[in-house]
Write a protein of this length. Sequence first.
Length: 502
Amino acid sequence: MSKNEKKIFKMYCSAFESGEEKKMLLLFDEINKQKEYDEEKILENNPSLKASQISNLKAYLYEKILNSLRTQRSEQNPNLLIRKWIDYAQILFERTLYEQGSFFLKKAKKTAAQYNNLELMLEIIKWEKSVLMLTSQDKQSKVDDIIEEVKRINKQINNINIFSNLSIKMDSYYRQSGHIRDKEKLDELKKYIDSNLPEYDENQLSPLEKMYLYRLYIGFYFYIQDAQQGYAYSKKLTELFESTAGLIESNTEDYIRSLNALIISQYKLMRYDEFVDTNEKLQNLENNPAILLNENLRLRLLKYHFIHEINHFFMTGRFEEGVKSIMHTQKETFLNLLENIDKHSLLIFNYKIACLYFGARDYNQCIRWLQKIINEPDVDFREDLHCFARIINLICHYELGNFDVIKYYIITTYKFLLKKDDLYLFQKYILAFLKKLKETLKDEQVKNEFIVLKKQLMPLVNSPYEKRAFAYFDIISWLESKIEKRSVEEIIQEKFRQLMKK
């Protein structure tokens, strides 16, 4: 709870003067003083509290805190406000005060329509039906209107459920294995989507239906690595939010996710100026008074802040500066974030930080962060990251001159990739290349091996199923750095400067 929330809670409870309330507030004050909950210390400092009472007092305190928070948020959160008015209407209807109850029902319905809350609209209509049955007014035209309204809303809800179910399915594929792996999987996915999609005319869909439809297509195109189409749908979704009154306020989390998807697609397409502008728009949401940000949304914004800051360093080739910014200047905030995010995001951050260190030529730190992935027991979760972490781990050991361990790591990596059925041309070429390298090779021989590997990999850059490897690690720039005897930073920075001239 924030300081202000605690203050309001105490004011909220001050109206109650029973012994139980006083003990509850005493418990609240004692817990508030502690950094870590220590029940023995609370009992020691407060003889009026008995050990047998603590369990019930904590449950009562928890309920009171939730009631207080609900009251505080109800005026800010449109959904809580709608529910409050529905509750008022129900209380008045139960007292046969139909006119007064209908007043609150109309307010609730207007706000529910404004914020596209279809589920609450159905609940409001349920009460409208009840009132019609209990009053003697002329019902026929009203009944017909309600029936048509329910049909329309149910159709919208059905479409939304189908679109969101397909999105969840897409997300589960991605979280399991990463980007699309082969044509067979792509054909299977297309068939699944086509067989489950309802017939629809996009122009006739409501804003909420469009929101879920566009999210589905963003997920699909990101999964199959079609960055251009992913960008097109991310842009459509963002424009939908920004052109539809109330949609951002009622679906703030979805708006934040749409901006995030747009930034990711701009990053993949190297649309640098757009990337910077959209990222600035995303970060400025923190200061937008019209948007209610809860702890969950603030955490999401912080996560996206670091993801896109790291991507910014990748785009511009400023790896050493990136390490300094993330792991020194913002270290405390960043490490605190890692303790509070989901497993999938944690895996991605571990990989990105490893790549940041790789670009900065700090191979020992790169290995340390890669080991967080390699040592993760659940290797079936984001199999692709587990595979590429092992590949980069091998390359780091080569850079460090650890030729004695490379042979062992090649064997274990090869076995892992075979077990995961992930031995594609990309991996085969790199493993074969590392197998050839020896400490005794002359500079010209080594350079020739790098040139050969680059020639082998270049045709894979645009392969629909092999190109996923290049999304995780810019191996072409690394090869060029070895061939030209320059740092990866120099190579990528030069490419970025050339891009900005176009």
